[in-house]
Design a protein around this ligand. Structure first.
Ligand SMILES: [Fe+2]
Ligand SMILES: [Fe+2]
Length: 326
């Protein structure tokens, strides 16, 4: 079969040949196939220099150590550099370097190009996936924020309480050394702590004065109810919010509800929110109570260290500046 000038259609090739005669022969066939061949010796350092000077689509290794050339061209094994094709891979044992070998060479180079293009496409898709994830996270956070507002309208139609609890819990998280993402999670999850109150009857939730024992049992169900609404979430935010909703009334000494968890068994974010929630409730008026002074509420938190509250969280709370700049 005659050689076709289109076969290698301007393909730049580097011949690494150990004898001049072979190099000359190959050069002729490659030229006749439309390639643009260049030649150099078989020493890996020399080949690396030739490739750097004029990058080829492939290196044709004739009597050269192909593995050694590959190692020289791609020292970290990352798949970079041109393909190194041993001559015997194209010609078999006795076959001369002719049209069949040229077609094989073209197929090898095209396959490599395709793989490189696929890797590029995969990188583009991965980037788009990150963008999509970010959009979804933002949409999820927005939905949760509105859910928290809906719950808050039940007992504080200014919905300032949940925002203040979010702020204070986030300040505590930062103080305890959490990174920006951890702090943001607490900031966004904390306002959902009382989500379950959406299911508590107004007659109990808005009752002025003390609740009966039975009524209090109903109020206590808000922790599990809120967690149930958030259960099974896939995002970190929903999972954090679920832990906060379920465990923000657990006490350090194990006498809280709903599970009676103690100490470190209580999710960390819930321990933060517990302190922030109690403090904020104390310093603001509620249907059933007057507001306390900041000093009296701070004393109450201090007294609860090690019984009601995580002592480390209380220590951080006491170190916060009243102005809220830390
Ligand atoms: Fe609560
Ligand atoms: Fe609250």
């Amino acid at each position: 079969m005659p050689l076709s000038m289109e076969a290698l259609n301007g393909m730049r090739l580097l011949l690494a040949a150990d004898d001049r005669e072979t190099a000359r022969e190959l050069h002729g066939v490659l030229m006749a196939s439309g390639a643009v061949p260049a030649a150099c010796g078989t020493d890996p350092a020399e080949v690396v220099a030739c490739v750097a000077e004029n990058p080829p689509a492939a290196v044709l290794a004739a009597g050269a150590d192909a593995a050694g050339l590959r190692a020289g061209l791609d020292p970290l094994g990352l798949g970079g550099g041109p393909e190194v094709v041993p001559l015997e891979e194209l010609t078999g044992a006795a076959e001369p370097f002719g049209p069949a070998a040229v077609r094989r060479l073209r197929a090898i180079v095209e396959r490599r190009d395709l793989l490189a293009r696929r890797a590029e496409l995969e990188a583009v898709v991965a980037t788009q996936e990150v963008d999509r994830r970010r959009d979804l996270d933002a949409a999820g956070a927005e939905t949760l924020r509105r859910l928290a507002l809906a719950a808050e309208y039940r007992d504080d139609n200014t919905h300032e309480h949940i925002q203040r609890v979010g702020e204070l819990a986030a300040r505590l998280a930062r103080r305890l050394g959490h990174d920006d993402r951890g702090v943001l999670l607490v900031r966004q999850a904390a306002p959902l702590h009382d989500l379950g109150k959406i299911a508590i009857p107004d007659t109990i939730l808005l009752k002025p004065g003390r609740l009966t024992g039975e009524e209090f049992e109903v109020v206590k169900t808000h922790a599990v109810l809120g967690a149930r609404v958030l259960a099974g979430g896939e995002s970190d935010l929903v999972q954090t919010a679920e832990r906060v909703a379920r465990s923000h009334h657990e006490r350090w000494d194990g006498t809280g509800y709903p599970a009676g968890l103690a100490g470190d068994a209580i999710p960390f974010e819930a321990r933060l929110v517990h302190v922030a929630d109690v403090f904020d409730v104390l310093v603001h008026e509620r249907p059933y109570k007057e507001s306390w002074t900041v000093e009296a509420a701070t004393d109450e938190i201090r007294r609860g260290a090690g019984t009601q509250f995580d002592p480390d969280v209380v220590r951080m709370f006491l170190e916060l500046s009243p102005g809220g700049q830390d």
